[in-house]
Design a protein around this ligand. Structure first.
Ligand code: CP
Length: 335
């Protein structure tokens, strides 16, 4: 895939070479994210960071990534704070905001909305999540994390066994991650969810037709010989009613004793976050916080590296980053 000047709307745009290109640039971003040095390569550039649906880490990490490259960020958050609430179309919004920005990151609750917006934009648009459809940058950071965790254990992405647990119907992160994993060889998927919240048939078909092993089950039973346990949240905001979402709340909890019973001692625990820590859900218990295999905060840190890489590639500065290096003058505990 060509990056420069392109929208990033779907993981379907990626092949293994373009994934590797993102990972290579992400690796080069580590000293900047650790504040060992800084760069001004995007000095003067403006990111339009448009989040029409709640977000903590995607919104802030897009902004942080752009700032770390020396650029400025302008934001709008929430539908009710934007002129979309007055009936303005996505096309008009895109025409206007792309006049103010060099690149746009956007999240919106409707499937296909970010692509529709991109049609009106004069600058590249990056999908920060469109309803239950896709979350391509999360999938890339998840895959980057899997790659790093597998390297740490002496393996690679090819041949991994991943268990995905929870709301696989509305969880856009598992949709996008599954599609990216389908590009690798001999992946074993164990998909654990209530029948009503199963992985969409189109994605199962993609995985099976690419020759991967797919097991579908409604219960976490016996020992699961997985390298990765990818837990998800019940996406209650996508259900018709709160009562319907409540039926599934707390159905799939992971804590240290459940982990020890069902997984290998080195199974890596991932979650796109936020984890629902309310008592009646508690899907990823705090008693796992000190488990060295809990990779959730390595995922969030990696999100900055991957988003920096995507900005650098899309704006065509991936080979200029070090040319605009500056020293760091402040004391940083990150170093
Ligand atoms: N993983 C993720 O998309 O988190 P936020 O909703 O906080 O952005």
């Amino acid at each position: 895939m060509k990056f420069k000047g392109e929208h990033i709307l779907s993981v379907n745009q990626f092949d293994r070479d373009s994934i590797q290109a993102v990972f290579d640039v992400a690796d080069q971003m580590t000293p900047y994210a650790l504040r060992q040095k800084r760069t001004k390569v995007l000095d003067g550039a403006i990111l339009g960071n448009l989040f029409f649906e709640p977000s903590t880490r995607t919104r802030v990490s897009f902004g942080t990534a752009f700032n770390l490259l020396g650029g400025e960020v302008r934001e709008t958050t929430g539908m009710s704070n934007s002129a979309l609430a007055k009936g303005e179309s996505l096309f008009d919004t895109a025409r206007v905001l792309s006049g103010y920005s060099d690149i746009i990151a956007m999240r919106h609750p409707d499937s296909g909305s970010v692509s529709e917006f991109a049609e009106g934009s004069r600058v590249p648009v990056i999908n920060g999540g469109d309803g239950p459809n896709e979350h391509p940058t999360q999938a890339l950071l998840d895959l980057y994390t899997i790659s790093k965790e597998q390297q740490y254990h002496g393996g690679s992405i090819d041949g991994i066994h991943i268990a995905m647990i929870g709301d696989l119907k509305y969880g856009r992160t598992v949709h996008s991650l599954s599609k990216l994993l389908s590009l690798f060889n001999n992946v074993h998927f164990t998909l654990i969810s209530p029948k009503e919240l199963g992985m969409p048939e189109s994605i199962l078909e993609t995985l099976r037709s690419a020759g991967h092993t797919v097991e579908v089950t409604e219960q976490l039973e016996g020992s699961v010989d997985a390298d990765i346990c990818y837990q998800t949240r019940i996406q209650e905001e996508r259900f018709e009613s709160q009562d319907e979402a409540n039926k599934y709340r707390g159905k799939f909890r992971l804590n240290q004793s459940i982990y020890t019973k069902h997984f290998k001692s080195k199974t890596v625990i991932m979650h796109p976050l936020p984890r629902d820590s309310r008592a009646d859900a508690n899907e990823l218990d705090n008693d796992l916080n000190m488990n060295p295999n809990l990779a959730i905060f390595r995922q969030t840190d990696n999100g900055v590296l991957v988003r920096m890489a995507l900005f650098a590639l899309t704006l065509g500065v991936e080979n200029l980053v070090t040319k605009y290096d500056r020293e760091v003058h402040w004391f940083s505990t990150k170093c």
